[in-house]
Write a protein that binds this ligand. Sequence first.
Ligand SMILES: Nc1ncnc2c1ncn2[C@@H]1O[C@H](COP(=O)(O)OP(=O)(O)O)[C@@H](O)[C@H]1O
Ligand SMILES: [Mg+2]
Length: 1078
Amino acid sequence: MAKMEVKTSLLDNMIGVGDMVLLEPLSEESFIDNLKKRFDHSEIYTYIGSVVISVNPYRSLPIYSPEKVEDYRNRNFYELSPHIFALSDEAYRSLRDQDKDQCILITGESGAGKTEASKLVMSYVAAVCGKGAEVNQVKEQLLQSNPVLEAFGNAKTVRNDNSSRFGKYMDIEFDFKGDPLGGVISNYLLEKSRVVKQPRGERNFHIFYQLLSGASEDLLQKLRLERDFSRYNYLSLDSAKVNGVDDAANFRTVRNAMQIVGFMDHEAQSVLEVIAAVLKLGNIEFKPESRVNGLDESKIKDKNELKEICELTGIDQSVLERAFSFRTVEAKQEKVSTTLNVAQAYYARDALAKNLYSRLFSWLVNRINESIKAQTKVRKKVMGVLDIYGFEIFEDNSFEQFIINYCNEKLQQIFIELTLKEEQEEYIREDIEWTHIDYFNNAVICDLIENNTNGILAMLDEECLRPGTVTDDTFLEKLNQVCATHQHFESRMSKCSRFLNDTSLPHSCFRIQHYAGKVMYQVEGFVDKNNDLLYRDLSQAMWKASHSLIKALFPEGNPAKINLKRPPTAGSQFKASVATLMKNLQTKNPNYIRCIKPNDKKAAHIFNDALVCHQIRYLGLLENVRVRRAGYAFRQAYEPCLERYKMLCKQTWPHWKGPARAGVEVLFNELEFPVEEYSFGRSKIFIRNPRTLFKLEDLRKRRLEDLATLIQKIFRGWKCRTHFLLMKKSQIVIAAWYRRYSQQKKYQQIKSSAIVIQSFIRGWKARKILRELKHEKRCQEAVTTIAAFWHGTQVRREYRKFFRANAGKKIYEFTLQRIVQKYFLEMKNKMPSLSPIDKNWPARPYLFLDSTHKELKRIFHLWRCKKYRDQFTDQRKLIYEEKLEASELFKDKKALYPSSVGQPFQGAYLEISKDPKYKKLKDAIEEKIIIAEVVNKVNRANGKCASRIFLLTNNNLLLADQKSGHIKSEVPLGDVTKVSMSSQNDGFFAVHLKEGSGAASKGDFLFSSDHLIEMATKLYRTTLSQTKQKLNIEISDEFLVQFRQDKVCVKFIQGNQKNGSVPTCKRKNNRLLEVAVP
Ligand SMILES: Nc1ncnc2c1ncn2[C@@H]1O[C@H](COP(=O)(O)OP(=O)(O)O)[C@@H](O)[C@H]1O
Ligand SMILES: [Mg+2]
């Protein structure tokens, strides 16, 4: 998404004032108040013109995110609220676009945030400059050089847990496109005394603790070290652990960073070996040993440590041992060897340790430079970042503080020069009259220190080189002589009587009035530190080491290159390097970051006014503001100025159609500011007093409010109107739609009515036409019919003479006759068989013959039955008569009857005439025997059965014994009154006899026979033919019989299965005889 171009300004939403130049009134108090106010609102950055003041927040603020980087990228310096990124962006862009080499000077006291600031600048530049694999590698190497240098050059102090103990200047080199190519690092004055001794509450350099905490057991063993800090004299114990710092993790970070920067494994190993050697050196102790000549000589107490050092570094143990005991002084071909006493031995040991370490550090810087140096020879653009210790004022200030403060004086000098020069140049560029600015120039103090003939450093060197006894006191004396009259030099002993009675100034001290305040220096140690003496025996011993790195660190130990000239003193070395630095800086466009420490407790949210006041003073910040304001407090290019204030004048609002400068002129004339308050430069307007600017801002604010009201008014009007118009438009649309709808509806109604009416009319018309057509058709039909009839009549009348009157009837009858004839003829062929039981009969051919057909069938059937009957003989006729009689008597009355139909009535089952057994019986009977059969006679007393021969003749009924044929009973048929039997399927029957007859003395008979139906029929027929009376045959399941005197009831019971299918008879009592029928 394209970023919307919003024109903002530093002046928007300011807390206090974002630029101290605008402070009104300007005083130390208001300055601090403004800083404090901003600090309390987490605004840690404030400008003085283009200088950034940074107050250490001691907590992480969310103002360094990638989004912030984007915010500040390519924006004007005063466009957004003050930020270190704004300065970095300005520097980077003028480097890239205007081809101006830049330097970023970061100053402030220890713990004020210089190193952090330098890292922020670097990371910002890294974020905004070119991208790509190669470029990224360069960036990475540049950024990763920091952890390495911090491990070896930083230490925990009471002021700062990660205090840089060296000055650092880094040139970052870019190509014409602004892509980083590489860099060069210079280091200044490492605080090497820290290696052997640390003040209370402070630590040695981080690397020692990191190595012991983070190295693997294996590595420690290789380095002949133990993990325990307390084993090493050089490590202070009281603050070995720092809160929130993980030494072991940092060790890994450092090893990793070394790898990224390009250290080979063996190089890193060598570096750690040197560190180990330094640590172990501290453990070498000496004891006095009296010698023959009465002098004390030092001896190493325990040679074990020495042995291990020698193993580690590859130095001959005896060589090193000797170097700790003797000192050889060479002067003009003469060599004098003196023994060292214990104090000297310790001095020599510590000097060696310090030298080893500081040389290692310089080597590291060189090694890093080798890695990060630009690979091309093309012209480079340079951005230098200077992170150097600020002014130091301690209780005891020594040589180091002197040197550091000297450096700061020089920086102040360059600041003044460059700022003023810049200012002046701008005025010239802008064609503004230059007015002289009154400010304190510290050149005189620089001169006091660095003057080649009578400067303090020159005096010190002179003392150090002077033969004879040289002490710190002789040095002070010399100072007292030479500098006594200097305005900024103070000493009790000076010839100048001003300080004779100043008790705050001890005798062994001198005081310098630095631009940032007075500092009192203890002269003790000045000479030694300046000499920075390392006995030649030691450097030679080191050179002899087989450890290549150590050998390389001590090139002067090479006897072939022996140089009798004294090495340059520390002071002169430093002076030279500062001079180089200054020269370097002068060629560049300076950007200042002034770091301020808000409190001594490293704590967030605390703002100690006194402490800040002190820093403001010695950093000369007020002076800075004054210089900046001396001419004109505020300046701004015409375009943004017109853009910002054009609403204050009718001619320029809302658009000015001319050059911006003319617009601003019109604007300022209109506003009637006093003429001396502003000047018109070539491209910028210069405002002398902040008051004027604020007035402008006020006017703008009020005007903006008015404008806002105006805009609001217009907007509201516009909104209402558009709303109204919209409503109106909507109303019209709705109305149109509604009208359309209602018209549509009306139209539909009319249309449908019209259709109804139309349809009615059409219907009516159609019906009328239909009626007419129908009438017409009927007429036509009538005509046709009449015509037809008429025609018919005519024709009939015509043809009547050709036909007899009732020919139709004749034809009809003839036809009928023919049909009947045909029917009969066909029937003849289709006749069924003559069997009376044949049910077939042909189908009826004509409906009108239905009744005839049925009748014919009946007649045919009767005829064939008669035919059938005619075939019978007389005998057969008799049989059938008998069967017919039986049917009439028993059909549907007795269950036994159907089974008898198929049996022919034989009558004589027993052939009495043929069986000789019955000869007597046969002889006794003369009559014709109708039935001869064996029956079971039921015993009247007990119901048991006995076989009897039953004979029926024309007149009698006879019972004979079956075996003997002897006649037992004879009953004339006239005495038989009744025959009773059941309706069931049994063969029992009772023969009732006439009461009082001879046969009836024993009572009625009860028989059972297999041929009951035949016997009963024959009995009936015979009786009828003989007596002309119908025999009573009773069919009932319960009847009475007369047994002698008793009337016994014979009862037929169904369902007794006990005796199989044979009915059983049982006399129950003298009234009941039960017959069980299956
Ligand atoms: N901009 C910052 N934001 C947060 N903390 C900071 C910032 N600047 C400094 N500090 C804190 O202050 C400490 C000291 O800063 P440092 O840059 O090492 O001081 P100097 O280099 O001036 O001695 C840092 O370790 C960090 O904790
Ligand atoms: Mg630092």
